[in-house]
Design a protein around this ligand. Sequence first.
Ligand code: PRP
Length: 178
Amino acid sequence: MTERPYVIDEMITAKAIAARIETLCREIVAEFGDTDKLVVVGLLRGSFVFIADLVRELDLPIEVDFLEASSYGDATESSREVRILKDLRGAIEGRDVLVVEDIVDTGHTLNHVTHLLASRNPARLKSIALLDKPSRREVDYRADWIGFDIPDEFVVGYGIDFAQRNRNLPYIGKVRFT
Ligand code: PRP
């Protein structure tokens, strides 16, 4: 299948992302400053760039774990099913947990994952998403920390793909079909 040609317009610069991460990390440290060891959970695959930058800016004792979820069904249905493709390696009962997501769109993924992790009785459970598209929401979910609210644009880069491409762009770009 030939791909429809497109260009990518820069939307959020690498510098703006780095500055926002610094601010967010100060707030996260204020929340979890007394933690024994924070479990930072990245949702694969899109969060891998964000979590890498986030943890290096986080002046806290941490460990890193990953979880992969996939949602199935018509994106316009609120009954979309979220399945866990790869679960955490470690137990989180009694632990402080921060879930890291690249983007919240309909909200199904993060809503499902946080309910699942909450059922394992962590001491504290918080979430952070670099991007949020509130206009696309289908379930009532808002992450505890948001990097940037964005309009309903087709975005790529900084971990986010278009047909598995462009995850390695150092900035957030907007896809424009030509
Ligand atoms: C994307 C993104 C979020 C999810 C958000 O993941 O990384 O995990 O969709 O959508 P939602 O709020 O509508 O549930 P995707 O399934 O594309 O997988 P990827 O992270 O491997 O790219």
